[in-house]
Design a protein around this ligand. Sequence first.
Ligand code: NDP
Ligand code: MG
Length: 385
Amino acid sequence: MSARRIVVLGATGSIGRSACRVAKDLPDRVQIAGMSGFRNMARLAAAANELRPEALAVPDAAAEAELRAGLDYAPAHIFTGEEGLVRLASLPGAEMVLVAIVGTGGLRPTLAALQAGKDIALASKEVLVVAGELVMAAARRGGRRILPVDSEHNAIFQCLEGHEVRHVKRLILTASGGPFRTWAEDRLRAVTREEALRHPTWRMGEKITIDSATLFNKGLEMIEARWLFGLGIGSIDVVIHPQSIVHSMVEFVDGSVLAQMSHSDMRFPIQYALTWPERLAGSLPPLEFARLGKLDFEEPRYDVFPALDLARQAAGRGGVVPAALNAANEVAVAEFLAGRMAFPRIWEIVAGVLDETPDAPATDLETVLAADGAARRAAQRLAAV
Ligand code: NDP
Ligand code: MG
C-alpha cells in the first residue's frame, strides 16, 4: 500500500507536531504533502525541512519571507492569507486534510477540503460546534469521511466500528476534570493563568487547556459528538475519569459497554485517523494494567462548573446558538489568558451571551458567521465591565 498524502493545517501546534511525529514514525504510510503555520515561522521551517511538503501556507508576505529564510529546500507552493489556507486545503493530489487550527479558523478550509473531495481528520472541534450541520452535510454530499482526532470521539468511533447506531443507548465521554476537579468553589475566583494552564494529564495548546479547566472543552465535545455520530444531545453523557486512560465509552441497548483505552498521548488517535482503517505497529507505548493499578470514575460537579449545562442548553436550542456559545468562549478565554479578568468570568460571560442570543436556524455559512460575530461583540462588551 502506498503512503497516504496528507495536508496538516496547524502544523506548528500541539496536534500538528504530534502528527509530524506520526508521519516520521510511519514514512511508508503517511506522507505530509502540505503544512500551515500562523505565527511560528521558525517552527514551520524546521518541520518542513524535515518532512519536505510540496506546499506551505502562512498568513502574509512578511511571514513568507521569514519562512523562506529558514527553508533548506524550495517547495512548489507557498500560499498566503486566508485564501492560501483554502488553497492548501484543496491541494491536488492530497487525499486527506488534518484540521488542527485552534478556534474557528479551520472552518472555511474544512469546507473547501470537503468540496475538493478530501477526507478530513478533524482535531478542531470548534468547526463542528459552530457549523456541524453544514459541515456534515458537505461531507455527505461529497461522500467524504470525517475521521475524529479528538481522543474521546476517536475512542467512540473505534467502539462503534462494526456496530449499528440504532443499537446505541448512549455515548459516555470521559473528562479528566482538569486542574480544579477537587477545588472548593470559593477558590476559583483567585485562580491564576499558570494554575489554569497546568493540566493534570494532557500537554496541549493554551486555549484547549483553559477549556479543560472550565469543562467547556467537554461541553464543546458533547456538541461535536452529536454531529459526528448523529445522536441527540440527551444520549450523550459525561463522566469524570482523572487518569485519562479510558478515552470514552459506548453503551448499547443491551447494557453492554465498550471502552477504548491507551496512554494519554494524542499520537494514538492521530495515527488511527491518518491510517484508518489500518492498525499499524509504530512506536507508541503499550498499557501495563498492573502498573496502572486502578481507574477512577466520578460524577461531574455540574453546580461548580456550569459549562456542561450551558453547552447542553445551547445544543438543545440548536441553530446558531452553539456558534454563539463557542464564540463567546473563545473571547472569554482570550481575555482570561491576557490577565484581564477572573477565571469564573469565562462561564459568566458565555451565559450572558447565550441569554442575549436570539434563536435562529443555521441555514448557511453567512448566518452562522454573523451569529459568531454578534456573540464575539457581546462577549467583548460583557468582558469590559
Ligand atoms: P495549538 O495552540 O497548540 O496550535 C494551534 C495551531 O493553529 C498552530 O499551528 C497555530 O499556528 C495555528 N493557528 C492559530 N491561530 C490560527 C489562525 N487564526 N489561522 C490559522 N492558523 C492558526 O492548539 P492545539 O494543537 O492544542 O489544538 C488545535 C485544535 O485541536 C483545537 O481546536 C483543539 O481543540 C483541538 N484538540 C487539541 C488536542 C490537543 O491535545 N492539543 C486534543 C483534542 C483536540 P502558530 O503556532 O504558528 O501560531
Ligand atoms: Mg478531547
